[in-house]
Design a protein around this ligand. Sequence first.
Ligand code: UDP
Length: 329
Amino acid sequence: MNVLVVGGAGYIGSHCVRQLLAAGHRPVVLDNLIFGHRAAVSPEIPFYTSHLGDEEVVGDILTKEKIELVMHFAAFAYVGESVNDPLKYYFNNTVETLHLLKTMVEHGVKKFVFSSTCATFGTPDVLPISEETPQRPINPYGQTKLDIENALKNIAQANGLSFASFRYFNAAGAAEDGSIGEDHEPESHLIPIAISAAQGRIPDLTIFGTDYPTPDGTNLRDYVHVDDLSRAHIAVFDKLEKPGTGLFYNLGTGSPTSVREIINAIEKVSGKRIPVVEGSRRAGDPPALYADSSKAQKELGWKVEYPTIEAIVETAWRWHSRHPEGYPG
Ligand code: UDP
């Protein structure tokens, strides 16, 4: 299938492009390169540098490349920034995506796969988080993703769009061969920061809170390998044949892992010590978030190939060891 991967030069998008190729599909990438890296995408893949909300450019790509399905990974995703500058997030994540969907509808492209987030659930009353858990985002980032999920339901009904929306838990790890991986600027995620501290590139890692009501006092997240996430996006294709289909899946391993367990795993895999500072809680961090992904397992036959945190961290360590400066440029 001819697939337009919007944000295909970003962290999860670039891994998905690889998986699409491996599965025999034809990916075409659209990325504005604000956060994406040209070097994350092989030069043979058609690549367009533009904003996803540019209806003229995107319309031309849909026609010229005979696109049948659009995957959309491009978003701003810094929770704190979304609180301080909500307009930036509503314009980039919500408004731009509506332009993309409008362009698709006008060009008769009827299949869409959307990157959503566990941040749409806010701080849930019950764990693990299933598709039945009420969505009550506690920051503008989560709200912008939920806005699109809601718009998709309406567009599916009115315009016959078929879509799947995946709520990722904590995307982590890198390609098995160490050739592509995580490179954010600025970096705010635990695993790459902890690896930088292990490499001596930064003096230490600050743990955001050691007084949570969890077994070791640090908070619990569900780290899921980026290639496992990518595989779900392709496994859903068969389900999108019927016009108007709308599907939602939570994607995580289901295993809660604490900040201290991440530090231990990186120390074990790398053989290095991570200097740690015990800091205060980060605003807006719930104590525990982990997924019930049984719906994706049952309906898509989705199975994680990286079930342990050591296996995930090993791929991240390989990427960061081989590319200490990240991508060139
Ligand atoms: N965290 C931390 N120190 C850091 C970055 C993150 O202790 O320098 C913690 C954070 O409080 C959270 C977990 O690591 O519990 C994962 O945070 P990350 O930013 O990687 O992902 P998030 O869960 O916010 O999407």
